[in-house]
Design a protein around this ligand. Structure first.
Ligand code: FAD
Length: 442
């Protein structure tokens, strides 16, 4: 009886999971393995929201496997050692893995391949598991390894056929093998995190997806930039952990509808940044543009006010308070908050990116670091002089102040748009600060 291992990483699902599907098709039994990787945990130890979301995603994955006769096998240790150990225990010589282009994932993949081949084992890497279009699958004619400008990338992306989603296995037969319990947040020493954090996992993610595709996606184009409307999908953490397959979402999104097309465009931004990072791993920490950036300022008090949502600009502060409360922010709020830090306070984008990664439940190297660089003018954006004035942004995207009112209760008594300029009302709430810098339009 042949047995193989499926190493789950950030593809925590049974639907449209090419690695799991191949293993179940080709082998009599499989070990669906998740390793609590001590090297990775040491790097993300303060990201309580992601650790908590991960725990519930593992629990839902175990339930999904259980419904098919299987279960999740959990080990704790260095990932390569644990995979090799599990393979030896069950006599498996094939390990299935989703392809991933981050610098860490590629090192993991190389190390696994080397270790397995010295034991005559094989690593099978499955593409288009984490992105819809694999990094490197579409390249510009210039001979460069990635597209640096989004629009031509998007045009090619739209024309590129996406693989057909694979159904979940009907049965998953798992051999006798030891497993640790599915971890809870306390097992991972995850701190308290955000009080209103989303529940992680495939089952929850699929319900959200069904609801999203049943109607709201068609309003996406009109509502995506109005934070008070909550008109975006909120699927980002489920995509980050692979509780949902982006390939399945792309396949099921009707591109002929203008709202849905705008949504597809955002999914393409995700693929776009993954292909940049896969080709230029250095940009996780270094500026994408090699021309020297203007020097950054040191402003610990400004950074502290920004992190706490106490800059005195309600539109900036509402986003930053939502981040602390939910571990998530809508895209428009991320742009406004990021612009304030890098363009107004002139603080290094890496400081902002680290704060986001500590709190964001969808915190993702490619999407976070490259969006920050886009805003900072060091990345793939060609209009590096763009500055978002938080007052104009508020007038345009929160004209009645409903978003700000939701997150700044101390200003809630100010009616309509007045809430955006509390200093004009002459009733600055005792516990809300005056603006820490000046802007046009005050
Ligand atoms: P929707 O608007 O419903 O979009 C659907 C999906 O498309 C998202 O779930 C996401 O996977 C993808 N997407 C949307 N916008 C972008 C974008 N600009 N770049 C890349 N992918 C996108 N996204 C993350 O997933 N992780 C991050 O760590 C992250 N950090 C960001 C930091 C900054 C400074 C900025 C400006 C944006 C960041 N984004 C990040 C991108 C984007 O803001 C979020 O993906 C989006 O707000 C998540 O909400 P949603 O799922 O409702 O998105």
């Amino acid at each position: 009886m042949t047995t193989s291992i499926v190493l789950f990483t950030r593809d925590l699902r049974v639907h449209d999971n090419p690695a799991l599907a191949a293993a179940c098709r080709e082998d009599k039994s499989v070990v669906p393995l998740f390793v609590l990787d001590t090297d990775l945990l040491a790097r993300v130890g303060d990201a309580a929201n992601r650790l908590r979301f991960l725990c519930s995603a593992l629990s839902e994955l175990d339930d999904e496997l259980g419904a098919r006769g299987g279960r999740l096998v959990v080990r704790h240790g260095r990932v390569v050692d644990e995979v090799v150990r599990a393979a030896r225990e069950v006599g498996a010589d094939t390990v299935h893995l989703a392809a991933d282009g981050t610098p860490y994932s590629r090192r993991r993949e190389d190390a696994l391949r080397e270790q397995l081949s010295s034991a005559r084992g094989e690593l099978r890497v499955h593409g288009s598991s984490i992105t819809a279009v694999d990094p490197g699958a579409i390249r510009p004619d210039t001979g460069r390894g990635h597209y640096a400008i989004f629009t031509p990338y998007f045009n090619r992306w739209l024309e590129t056929p996406v693989r057909r989603p694979v159904p979940p296995p009907v049965t998953v037969t798992v051999p006798e093998v030891e497993s640790e319990a599915i971890p809870g947040a306390a097992d991972l020493d995850a701190g308290p995190g955000s009080p209103q954090l989303a529940v992680g996992g495939e089952t929850t993610g699929r319900k959200l997806l069904e609801q999203w595709l049943s109607g709201p996606v068609r309003r996406y184009e009109d509502e995506k930039d109005i934070p008070a409307a909550d008109g975006t999908s909120r699927l980002s953490p489920y995509l980050h952990f692979g509780c949902l397959s982006v390939t399945e979402i792309v396949t099921r999104t009707p591109a002929a509808d203008p709202g849905a097309l705008a949504f597809l465009r955002q999914l393409a931004w995700r693929d776009f940044y993954h292909q940049v990072l896969a080709d230029e791993p250095r940009v996780a920490v270094a500026d994408y543009k090699t021309t020297p950036a203007e020097p950054w300022r040191s402003d610990p008090r400004g950074v502290a006010a920004w992190q706490a949502g106490q800059t005195g600009y309600p539109m900036v502060d509402a986003g930053m308070r939502q981040l602390l409360a939910e571990g998530w922010m809508p895209g428009r709020a991320r742009l406004i908050a990021a612009s304030f830090l890098v363009k107004t306070l002139r603080v290094d984008w890496r400081i902002g990116a680290e704060h986001f990664e500590r709190w964001l439940v969808d915190g993702d190297v490619a999407n976070n670091r490259l969006n920050w660089q886009w805003m900072a003018g060091t990345g793939t954006d060609t209009r590096s002089s763009r500055v978002l004035n938080p007052l104009r942004q508020a007038d345009r995207f929160d004209p009645e102040g409903d978003y700000v009112r939701r997150w700044l209760p101390e200003l809630a008594q100010l009616p309509g748009a007045e809430i955006q300029r509390p200093w004009r009302a002459g009733v600055l709430a005792a516990d809300y600060p005056p603006p820490i810098v000046e802007f046009n339009g005050m």
